[in-house]
Design a protein around this ligand. Structure first.
Ligand SMILES: O=C(O)CCC(=O)C1=CC=C[C@@H](O)[C@@H]1C(=O)O
Ligand SMILES: [Mg+2]
Length: 379
């Protein structure tokens, strides 16, 4: 495959409803849509999921944009790529910057699938025609406000409800949810807000028969999570700590978790996600696909990865309309009773709608073959 140029479409999208986690409240989302264009004028799309600030992880959009422009976009233009699995190898000398790598790699995967006339799911090796999805709800100002949101989403049929917790908004809040909604599939995500000093609180959560507790302790930690998992019966699920295949292997070996949330961007792309998938399958660790408040392109990539067999738990990929007044793809992602049907159109399976994108577009930058990877220590 020969990629002629890459466009980086930088969007600013207002969220319909503010999203509050243990580390802050988000009202809008900066998103970069990567468009890789081949000699025949076909386009493949990826989405960069870095945050605006390095709060969820060390990556943030300004840095990702530089990494994409300076290294990863030029590398895929300057090299002939036979299969998208080669992209990770091409990027390998450059450390981390996984979300930037994944955005470029994702566009190459979509382009490859379109060139082959197959769906992205088929290109990855997925088998499902539909996937089950849940919803991730941020903290509300009051527990009553959260209960109202949950009621709405349970009625919409989402297959599980994930709520954010933080110290002071945990045990009592979960008790109220259980009292009101009985035994709905429920999980919590702490975004690394606790330490082992909070063992009493974390143990108290065991009483609520939660599907899992996601990333209770420090981002990157595996040791303390292994200690915690020994003390509680609720499965620990790791998100922020699994930033590579090696981290997944370490977590499995140490017993740091019983479930893994795979975010394609966080682990460096689809090729790495597949590797983690196969490893987890071998060790009976179920997976689900986490969300990063994506626009349509990222949602479609998430759906494609979820079609792999060991993504057995409902993920975060809720309907486009839960986040955006208008998404940038046609048709939008739509969950019916917690089920998303996988499109049979080639590639990501929906059109990027430039008309709709216009309202969010801040800037488009174009990277061509002339934009060299200018490194002092690189030949
Ligand atoms: O996209 C979604 O609906 C999931 C949102 C979500 O839970 C998260 C998005 C971005 C960063 C984190 O706060 C977080 C998570 O930890 O999973
Ligand atoms: Mg999380």
């Amino acid at each position: 495959m020969k990629i002629k140029e890459i466009k980086l479409h930088q969007l600013l999208m207002g969220l319909k409803h503010p999203f509050t986690t243990s580390f802050g409240t988000q009202q809008e989302r900066f998103i970069t849509i990567v468009e890789a264009i081949d000699d025949a004028g076909r386009s493949g799309f990826g989405e960069c999921v870095s945050g605006e600030d390095p709060l969820y992880s060390e990556e943030f959009m300004d840095a990702s944009l530089i990494a994409m422009k300076k290294y990863f976009a030029p590398l895929v233009i300057q090299n002939e790529i036979a299969h998208p699995d080669e992209v990770w190898e091409l990027f390998k000398p450059f450390k981390r910057n996984n979300m930037a790598k994944s955005a470029i790699e994702g566009a190459v995967w979509d382009l490859y699938a379109k060139q082959e006339g197959i769906t992205l799911s088929e290109a990855i090796g997925g088998r499902k025609n539909e996937v089950e999805v849940g919803i991730s709800l941020g903290l509300e100002d009051t527990d009553e406000g959260l209960l109202e949101r949950i009621k709405e989403k349970v009625e919409e049929g989402y297959k599980r409800i994930k709520v954010k917790i933080k110290p002071g908004r945990d045990v009592e809040m979960i008790r109220k949810i259980r009292e009101r909604f009985g035994d709905i599939p429920l999980m919590v995500d702490a975004n690394s807000a606790y330490t082992l000093d909070d063992m009493e609180t974390l143990k108290a959560l065991d009483a609520f028969d939660l599907m899992m507790i996601e990333q209770p302790l420090a981002a990157g930690d595996l040791i303390d999570h292994a200690k915690l998992q020994k003390e509680i019966s609720t499965p620990v699920c790791l998100d922020e700590s699994i930033d590579s295949y090696e981290a997944a292997a370490g977590a499995i070996e140490l017993g740091s978790c019983r479930i893994i949330n795979v975010k394609v961007g966080r682990v460096g792309g689809i090729t790495q996600s597949k590797k983690i998938h196969d490893l987890a399958l071998e060790h009976d660790i179920p997976l689900w696909c986490g969300g990063m408040l994506e626009a349509g392109v990222g949602r479609l990539h998430n759906i494609a990865i979820t079609t792999l067999s060991n993504f057995t738990l409902p993920g975060d990929t809720a309907s486009s309309s839960r986040y955006w007044h208008e998404d940038i793809i046609t048709p939008e992602v739509s969950a019916e009773d917690g089920i998303v049907t996988v499109s049979q159109e080639p590639g990501i399976g929906a059109a990027v709608d430039f008309g709709k994108m216009e309202q969010y577009l801040q800037k488009t930058e174009v990277v061509t073959a002339e934009d060299a990877v200018d490194m002092i220590f690189y030949d």
